[in-house]
Design a binder for this molecule. Sequence first.
Ligand SMILES: [Zn+2]
Ligand SMILES: [Zn+2]
Length: 179
Amino acid sequence: MRLRVDDITAEARELTFPEPENEINRMLGVGAVRDYRLDGPVQVNLTYYRAGTELFLQGEISAAAHGSCARCAEEFDASRMRSFRYVLAPRSIGDDAAAAMRTEDLEFTLYDGDEVDLSPLIREQALLAYSTRPLCREECRGLCSRCGVNLNEGSCACPTETRDPRLAVLRNLKVRRPD
Ligand SMILES: [Zn+2]
Ligand SMILES: [Zn+2]
């Protein structure tokens, strides 16, 4: 999705559009493990306006997605929403002025030409929404490292202390007894 710079005025306007998921899925799939996969386009609700030469974009994305749990390997619903704010300044202000305008709580970027391409910004937000380690739930108990049983669904007969490698280290410590 592109916005014509001339169409961005001081009066705020709203725009809703789908951002195709293909490129985002390709970026999410880079690396050894595919942790997340979008089920369809990212839905974008955007408000945009201008103040002088600066363009302000704010809104939210929502994505339907699935993840593959890092502990138990089960698929889980990973649908997310994320809000964002961007300020875009014309590239002609120069890099020093641009650096001075950056703040921590606001995404800041430069534009040039007579169009703003929203796709890179939306893709960036989607990747940020899926930057966390995929867990089906915070308290997921994972798989038994010995027999592979999913410990969310039941227990196994393995000795429990072998599941925690930190305990295994303690067990192997040789304690020197005084003579
Ligand atoms: Zn899990
Ligand atoms: Zn086991």
